[in-house]
Every structure is written in structure tokens, then in C-alpha cells.
Design a protein around this ligand. Structure first.
Ligand SMILES: *Cc1c(COP(=O)(O)O)cnc(C)c1O
Length: 365
């Protein structure tokens, strides 16, 4: 069988080394004689693991002491509800910066719980992050929500917005732990694990402590940050195995050299693909403005700016034959999307690059 290189957007590739660790630990976790899969979340074994993973998050992101770290069920979208349920009571209104499909979804969910102000004019073509001078921020907002990396559209923030003291809330589902960030610039950071730091089912949430205790009375306990923080993320049975895998991925990141190493690799990998696109004389076309091109998800078209169905199908078919899989663009945007998350190696991206060059040579006029 041909070796598989998975460029899927999520659930995405996990580091090979982490699979080895999971295999070794699967039926006898931490010397307990049983699997973590059948261990009570009330045991010392799980409590130790829970603490260990919080500590690695704290080290990697240099999380300041006044920020709390919790693990919640429901993934990224759970927090689309969790954010307004926990924060919008402050003023009843929230600002949403919509730069792609995910932030649009977050804004739609928030409308159930309060007033949502769209900071940018509506569009269905997400290719940029407009300059902050064009943002219509409401000084009375409870928070400003952004998505730092739009997984579907490939738009990644290249700056941290200045929200004039209004807490900044960021969905980092698809670029969590891909580079260093200044946590102190954010009120809340959250993300589902299955893109860059693990597998589906868990959201990692980092909250500045003064933003606790604002939940709406209707907020379900399992989404209430304060309740879950006080329960040390074992209010109910947490998605323990997903949390464990996230922990092993984060420890793997540390062993690779931490977030500086992840960022350097992401820059190298994504440039390899963007350079081929830019040097293809329009054969490959990347729609996103250069300054906000994502280093994690690279959407592009083949043949023209709107794509050529036949060529794109042929590209995907040829790629698959070489083991380069899950390259089909999201159905909302079509075309091709290569996700180059932390676990995707430089060698794998090089294999894709070689294929792209060959395909170009074969088809370019
Ligand atoms: C995938 C994704 C989500 C949704 O995550 P789920 O865990 O499937 O709910 C939210 N935001 C972004 C940016 C994503 O990429």
C-alpha cells in the first residue's frame, strides 16, 4: 500500500510518535493495570493527568497566573454557545468580527442569547481581514469575538486587534499552538482540539479570571466556565480520552521545541505551497490576501480564479493515487485545500509540492 499523507482539515493528522505512546499506554494507564478508557474521572490517576495537561498548556503558551484553564465537552461549537452564555450578560450585546464561515457561525449562535453587532459589512467572499480603522466596534459590547484562523476560507489574523479595553475572545480551533501568542491581550481563548492539538470532543478554554461569574441564569452547568473551573473540569465525566490525547500532543510539541519550532515549521511548510501557487502564472490561484494567508489551511483553485472542475478532479485523483489525501476543498468554497497543521511533516508537504509542480508542468499552456 502507498504511504498515506493526510492533509485533512480536521479531524486532522496526529503525530506518529503520539500514536506509539497511545498504543503503549492503551490497556495499562500509568501503571494502574487498566485502560484510561475504563478509569473513573474521580481517581488520583485522572486528577494527576488533568493537572499535568493544564501545566503543559500553561508552559507552552506562557499563560499568566490570572488565567484559568478548563477542558469542556462539545468542541469548538460548544463554545459558540458557551461564550455568549458566559459573557453577554455584562452588557447584553457583543461584537462579532466575521472573517469566514466559522466566525459567521459563532455570531449566528450568539444571537440566541443577546444582541450581536457585526463589526464588518456582510460579505460572502472571505479573503481578507479589513484594517481595524474600518471596524465598527461598539464600546458598550460585552466582548469582541474573532476567529484567528478561518479553517474553511484560509484567512488567518496577522495581528491582535486593539479592542480598547473590551475583552477580546478568540476561537483558535485551527491555529492553537501553531505559534507564540501574548495571552494577556485576550479575555478568553478557546478551541476544539481536533485540528492542531488532538482529537474531537474536547474544547480547551483559557479565561481571564475577572471574566468568570457572569454566566446567564439559563447557562447549562456543563457550559458554565465558573462552575467547571471550580470543579477543576470534572463536573461531569469529561471526554477523558480526548483530553489525554490532547495532553500527549502538547507534550510532543514541547519535545519538538515548543511554539517557536511549530511556527518556524508552519512558515516553511506553507511557503513551499504558496510559492508554487504564486509562481504558476495563474494556473494555481489562492484567493486570500497575502498578509492574511493562513499557515494552517491553504485553499486554492486550479485553472482559473473560479476553478476548473475537470482539472481539480484530476488533481485530486492523481494526488490520491500518490497517497496525498483529504485535499478536497470545503463544499462552501470548492477547489483544493491543503492543511499543514503541526503534525504534518515537511517531507509530506514536499511530496505535495513535487506533485503540484508535476501537475503544473503537465497542464500549463
Ligand atoms: C472546526 C472548527 C470549529 C468547530 O469545532 P467542533 O469541535 O467541530 O465543534 C470551530 N471553529 C473553527 C475555527 C474550526 O476550525
Amino acid at each position: 500500500m502507498v504511504k498515506i499523507h493526510n492533509f485533512g482539515a480536521g479531524p486532522a493528522k496526529l503525530p506518529e510518535e503520539v500514536y506509539e505512546i497511545i498504543k503503549n499506554e492503551l490497556t495499562n494507564f500509568d501503571g494502574s493495570g487498566i485502560s484510561l478508557l475504563e478509569t473513573s474521572h474521580r481517581t488520583a490517576t485522572y486528577k494527576n493527568l488533568n493537572t499535568e495537561i493544564q501545566n503543559v498548556v500553561r508552559r507552552l503558551l506562557n499563560v499568566p497566573a490570572n488565567y484559568k484553564i478548563i477542558f469542556l465537552s462539545g468542541g469548538g461549537q460548544g463554545q459558540f454557545a458557551g461564550v455568549p452564555l458566559n459573557l453577554i450578560s455584562r452588557t447584553g450585546t457583543a461584537d462579532y468580527v466575521v472573517t469566514g464561515a466559522w466566525s459567521a457561525k459563532a455570531a449566528k449562535e450568539a444571537k440566541k442569547y443577546g444582541k450581536v453587532n457585526l463589526v464588518l459589512p456582510p460579505t460572502d467572499r472571505y479573503t481578507e481581514v479589513p484594517d481595524q480603522s474600518k471596524w465598527n466596534l461598539d464600546p458598550n459590547a460585552s466582548y469582541v469575538h474573532i476567529c484567528t484562523n478561518e479553517t474553511i476560507h484560509g484567512v488567518e489574523f496577522d495581528f491582535i486587534p486593539d479592542t480598547k479595553g473590551v475583552p477580546l475572545v478568540a476561537d483558535m480551533s485551527s491555529n492553537f499552538m501553531s505559534k507564540k501568542i501574548d495571552v494577556s491581550k485576550f479575555g478568553v481563548i478557546y478551541g476544539g482540539a481536533q485540528k492542531n492539538i488532538g482529537t474531537a470532543g474536547v474544547a480547551l478554554v483559557i479565561i481571564r479570571e475577572d471574566l468568570l461569574n457572569h454566566a446567564l441564569p439559563i447557562c447549562p452547568s456543563i457550559l458554565d466556565w465558573t462552575v467547571n473551573y471550580k470543579a477543576d473540569s470534572i463536573l461531569n465525566t469529561p471526554p477523558m480520552f480526548a483530553i489525554y490525547i490532547m495532553g500527549r500532543v502538547l507534550q510532543w510539541i514541547e519535545r519538538q521545541g515548543g511554539l517557536d519550532a511549530m511556527e518556524a515549521a508552519a512558515t516553511k511548510k506553507s511557503s513551499l505551497i504558496y510559492d508554487i501557487i504564486d509562481q504558476s502564472n495563474g494556473f494555481y490561484y489562492a484567493p486570500v490576501a497575502k498578509n492574511v494567508r493562513s499557515k494552517m489551511n491553504i485553499p486554492f483553485r486550479i485553472g482559473s480564479a473560479t476553478g476548473n472542475d475537470e482539472l481539480e478532479k484530476e488533481f485530486l485523483k492523481g494526488a490520491e493515487a500518490l497517497g496525498l489525501i483529504q485535499l478536497k476543498g470545503h463544499r462552501d468554497v470548492g477547489g483544493i485545500r491543503a492543511s499543514t497543521y503541526n503534525a504534518v511533516t515537511l517531507q509530506e508537504v514536499q511530496a505535495l509540492a513535487v506533485y503540484m509542480k508535476d501537475f503544473l508542468k503537465k497542464h500549463a499552456k
